[in-house]
Design a protein around this ligand. Structure first.
Ligand code: PEP
Ligand code: MN
Length: 265
């Protein structure tokens, strides 16, 4: 089902009641904090990304943290805050479901269900997301091959949900100038084999604020259908991923530069 041999034309995901698409001509721009930390923080970040021109707001309610003692997310309270944000700013909401229980709530509140890198091969969760009637943003596993990535999408589609967005977010690396190695070559590789849209996450892909915009530009130049970027109004106070979160002014600049690149393609 993921293959271009089965479906030649690109998949375009539409959002009812809007002219927003993922996989169409416009770049899908998703931005927001790693985690929703409070109503005030969520609104401040959302206002900033809406002003810059983003169509989607990202924010974690359930966080897959390396340490069990680190901030784990506000859960349903965060989902409620994001539902308010959708009403207030007209942004579509993207948020991660870390397990079957979270999936039920995320599918109720969000516009796009995110499956994180750590769950790319959680086949029961993929199947469950495939039974939901909302688009699924599937992140590439921490060291997944292209074949494994596409087969993970196949699990979702095999249950009848054909609205899958692939996301390159960097793979495990041996070096330390970057958190992960952002593998931009997977964008044209996916586009050759599959009709599904593919976006890029330069935030988790680099882990460092000063590398986010250059890699975002490169991702658009290589043909990505969109970007998911962590933006925080006070990154030094963020409860997760502050080091890679960019400031609202930086996001405005990123948005402007990436739109210009997309235009000449
Ligand atoms: C995130 O988007 O905040 C996240 C945890 O991403 P990943 O699954 O790519 O690590
Ligand atoms: Mn994050």
């Amino acid at each position: 089902l993921v293959s271009r041999d089965i479906k030649e034309e690109d998949t375009i995901i539409r959002f009812p009641g809007t002219n927003i698409t993922i996989g169409g001509r416009d770049l899908a721009m998703i931005a927001g904090p790693c985690s929703i930390e409070s109503r005030e923080q969520g609104f401040a970040c959302a206002e900033a990304v809406a002003k810059a021109g983003a169509q989607f707001f990202r924010g974690g309610a359930y966080k897959p943290r390396t340490s069990p003692y680190a901030f784990q997310g506000l859960g349903e309270e965060a989902l409620k805050i994001m539902a308010e944000i959708r009403d207030r700013f007209g942004l579509r909401i993207v948020t991660e479901a870390i397990d079957a229980e979270a999936l039920e709530l995320v599918a109720e509140y969000a516009d796009v269900i995110q499956i994180g890198a750590r769950n790319m091969q959680n086949y029961s969760l993929l199947r469950a997301a495939g039974r939901k009637r909302k688009p699924v943003l599937l992140k590439r596993g921490l060291s997944a091959t292209l074949e494994e990535f596409l087969m993970a999408a196949e699990y979702i589609m095999s249950e009848g949900n054909y609205e899958v967005i692939l996301c390159e977010r960097g793979i495990r690396t041996f070096t330390d100038h970057t958190r992960n190695t952002l593998d931009l070559s997977i964008v044209p590789a996916v586009q050759r084999l599959s009709h599904l849209p593919i976006i890029v996450d330069p935030s988790h892909g680099t882990g460092k604020r000063n590398k986010v915009t250059p890699l975002a530009r490169a991702a658009v130049a290589v043909g990505a259908d969109g970007l998911i970027v962590e933006v925080h109004h006070q990154p030094d106070k963020a409860l997760s991923d502050g080091m890679q979160s960019i400031y609202p002014e930086q996001y405005e600049q990123l948005f402007h530069e990436c739109s210009q690149i997309a235009e000449i393609l």
